[in-house]
Write a protein that binds this ligand. Structure first.
Ligand code: PNW
Length: 442
């Protein structure tokens, strides 16, 4: 077949890394297998009314039982890097106390299987699946959870660190804090700003404690964190819209970046204050980092009008309803490069949800290819302006459990048929492979 091909001038440095990303709860399934304990997402997804169509991650892509063949899929793309997360309750069922050797062995096999295929393992320690045993003791609202997390990080760092290309503590703490504890869209489902602020602080504290614990234990892998980020655009030049854009950016980006890189929280008359910050916490949070992971999907569009003014690109939205705005990736990277002294950056997620279906063995997903091409061009523009970016991970390897949207939103380079578990390469997978191949020849 004639697959769409990338433009020949879309080129990156020879050492640039190409990857795909996934997370444990979204692909593994095997929720009760191999001694895995329950996570807050098991509890949440099994609570009626929380997730679209009542979908759960019980089976998901059944990756827990199909790991070897999924590694072959990754290999077939031609990528050199794979980002995945460890399900904490699989390796430590309660989040404290006993370790589960069968769970640890699963991730040993995953890492070894990647290395055997010449693919670098990039490990995320926390992609939202907190052991329910810790939620029962207060979850991230409790300072003690940060202490347990540091111990979990130390054990995983010692077990896998020598074979890992990188270890990141958290994926998108904003999502955990805000979507999980203020907006009630994600597990554990609270709607309370005071809890959200405590959770955000304990996530950041746990990041700092985990870096300290892994370094003290001699873990040599590069260590960092993954944050979701967007630049913000006021809908007009009215004072209200400009103030809104500034405040939204402070809560979305600076709330995490400032503590880590400037050792302080943003403050101002329109910003909240967290009530659990103790002396010394900010110094703990601001540990030096070896890399920063940036997840970018869209920009923040800030309209204070009622009803809000829609963004100009409202036509180019994905299935998530997210505006297709590649310029935002350039703008964001240039902005943070100017505001902070940063370690090397990886784009740890960027991707597009589309209503894909298999027709005669083929998945024609032109909107995704368009999204990938324009965002990679935008990334290249930021690098040309001096931003140090070392790699790009497409979200996601395959269609998977999209949290409160269940299986309805498809981000994958591989289409997944959830009744047969058959994976089919989409046109975008062929396009990505061609793009990577273009670099291997050069
Ligand atoms: C990220 N929002 O999630 C996650 O890291 C992935 O697990 C997820 O599948 C991917 O992006 C696609 O959604 C987000 O509503 C979920 O702003 C929601 C939001 C942002 C990121």
């Amino acid at each position: 077949p004639n697959y769409p091909t990338p433009p020949s001038d879309l080129t990156f440095p020879p050492a640039f890394h190409w990857g795909v990303a996934t997370s444990a709860y979204q692909i593994e399934g095997g929720a009760k297998d191999g001694g895995r304990g329950p996570s807050i997402w098991d509890t949440y997804s099994h609570t009626p009314g929380k997730v679209l169509n009542g979908d759960t991650g019980d089976v998901a892509c059944d990756h827990y039982h199909r790991m070897e063949s999924d590694l072959d899929l990754i290999k077939s793309l031609g990528v050199d890097s794979y980002r995945f997360s460890i399900a904490w309750p699989r390796v430590q069922p309660l989040g404290y106390g006993a370790w589960n050797e069968e769970g640890l062995a699963f991730y040993d096999r995953l890492v070894d299987g990647l290395l055997a295929r010449g693919i670098a393992p990039h490990i995320t320690l926390y992609h939202w699946d907190l052991p329910q045993g810790l939620q029962d003791q207060g979850g991230w609202e409790s300072r003690q959870t940060a202490v347990h997390f540091a111990e979990y990080a130390r054990v995983m760092g010692q077990r896998l660190g020598a074979r890992a290309a990188s270890i990141c503590t958290h994926n998108e703490p904003w999502c955990t804090a805000v979507l999980g504890n203020e907006l009630g869209r994600f597990a554990p489902g609270f709607k309370d700003t005071k809890i959200m602020l405590r959770v955000a602080h304990h996530l950041l504290l746990s990041h700092g404690l985990a870096l300290q614990a892994m370094r003290a234990a001699g873990v040599k892998a590069p260590l960092g964190i993954v944050l979701n980020m967007s630049p913000s655009t006021p809908a007009s030049d009215s004072a209200a819209d400009i103030a809104m854009a500034k405040r939204d950016y402070a809560q979305f980006v600076r709330w995490y970046m400032d503590p880590i890189f400037l050792q302080q929280y943003p403050s101002g008359p329109d910003l909240p204050v967290c009530d659990v910050v103790q002396a010394g916490d900010l110094a703990t949070i601001a540990q030096p980092m070896d890399f920063l992971g940036v997840n970018y999907y869209t920009r923040l569009w800030c309209s204070s009008a009622t009803p809000p003014v829609a963004p100009p690109n409202a036509m180019g939205v994905s299935d998530m309803g997210w505006e297709n705005y590649p310029q935002g990736l350039t703008d964001l990277l240039v902005q943070i490069h100017g505001d902070y002294t940063l370690p090397p950056i990886y784009i740890t997620e960027n991707g597009f949800a589309n209503a894909d279906s298999v027709v005669d063995g083929r998945v024609s997903d032109a909107p995704r290819i368009d999204y990938m091409r324009t965002h990679l061009q935008a990334l290249k523009a930021a690098m040309d302006k001096g931003v140090d970016v070392r790699g790009f991970f497409y979200w996601s390897l395959m269609d998977n459990y999209e949290w409160d949207s269940g299986y309805a939103k498809r981000f994958g380079l591989f289409h997944v048929d959830y009744s047969s578990q058959v994976r089919t390469a989409k046109d975008s997978a062929h396009w990505y492979t061609a793009l990577i191949g273009q670099h291997r020849k050069a």
